[in-house]
Write a protein that binds this ligand. Structure first.
Ligand SMILES: Nc1ncnc2c1ncn2[C@@H]1O[C@H](COP(=O)(O)OP(=O)(O)OP(=O)(O)O)[C@@H](O)[C@H]1O
Ligand SMILES: C[C@H](N)[C@H](N)CCCCCC(=O)O
Ligand SMILES: [Mg+2]
Length: 238
């Protein structure tokens, strides 16, 4: 089921730049000639626009991809409230089923050879009383890209997330340093600390440092990414 170039994008927390980075990856893969599609399988926070319920992340990703697909396929679960997803789903009276997401993903892979799947919040967010988003990533069997939202406290979050990715048996294939906090001090020193550990322990390269942008867009953020290690990895698996 795995198309050649597909990834699960996780992050050190919510609101740290997963959507911006996923959009940038889609933009960069598209420029390299791939047919790109995006999934935000679980979105929490719906807005009514032009006669339909929408989600900001799903719309941003759809704009950055070059294969247009029905929103119901790329976001099978759109919860009304911007809450932890299991709580939002309960409010809506629905259950978040991993199997349903897997089926949508399988359909998406028929239309695109590069699918970027954005997680929700951090790596291990509950979906119900038993399952969480780490189970979803495992069920999708996708290599994981970690977005580190650079702010004080991110080192611990980044190291714990990498350990959880690995403990779930998933390949941790690269990370992006995203300067979410423009006032953070000693940014380069923080990045260097993670770079050494991630290279030594996981062989996971730094794919780019996105500075704090005046007007964040997928195209601008893509200027700061180097996707060559991801392309090389996928080419090797073909
Ligand atoms: N490098 C950056 N420069 C400026 N603004 C940024 C940067 N990265 C992210 N942002 C802004 O911060 C906000 C949160 O980013 P984003 O939506 O990508 O986070 P997220 O991790 O996807 O959040 P969620 O958990 O809700 O999916 C957005 O308004 C985004 O435009
Ligand atoms: C609504 C928000 N923007 C995210 N999509 C959901 C974040 C869930 C975080 C859950 C948690 O870890 O506490
Ligand atoms: Mg997002």
């Amino acid at each position: 089921m795995d198309p050649s170039y597909s990834f699960f994008v996780t992050g050190t927390d919510t609101e740290i730049g997963k959507t911006l980075t996923s959009g940038a990856l889609l933009h960069a893969f598209g420029k390299r000639g791939l047919r790109t599609a995006a999934m935000k399988p679980i979105a929490a926070g719906a807005e009514y626009r032009n006669g339909a319920w929408c989600n900001e992340d799903a719309d941003f990703l759809a704009q950055a991809a070059n294969v247009a697909l029905p929103p119901a396929l790329t976001t099978p679960y759109l919860c009304q409230e911007a809450l932890a997803p299991h709580i939002a789903a309960r409010q809506d009276g629905i259950r978040l089923e991993i199997e349903q997401i897997i089926q949508c993903y399988a359909t998406v892979t028929q239309a695109a050879n590069c699918v970027v799947v954005e997680g929700v919040g951090g790596f291990q967010v509950p979906l119900d009383d038993h399952y969480d988003t780490a189970d979803l990533a495992r069920a999708l069997k996708l290599p994981v890209v970690l977005v580190v939202g650079l702010r004080l406290g991110c080192l611990n979050h980044a190291l714990l997330t990498a350990a959880a990715i690995c403990a779930n048996g998933l390949p941790f294939v690269g990370w992006v340093a995203n300067q979410i906090d423009p006032t953070m001090r000693y940014v380069d020193e923080n990045i260097a600390t993670l770079r050494v550990r991630f290279e030594q322990q996981y062989n996971a390269p730094l794919l780019g440092k996105i500075p704090h942008l005046e007007a964040p867009s997928a195209a601008t953020a893509a200027l700061y990414l180097n996707i060559d290690p991801l392309l090389a990895l996928c080419a090797k698996r073909l």
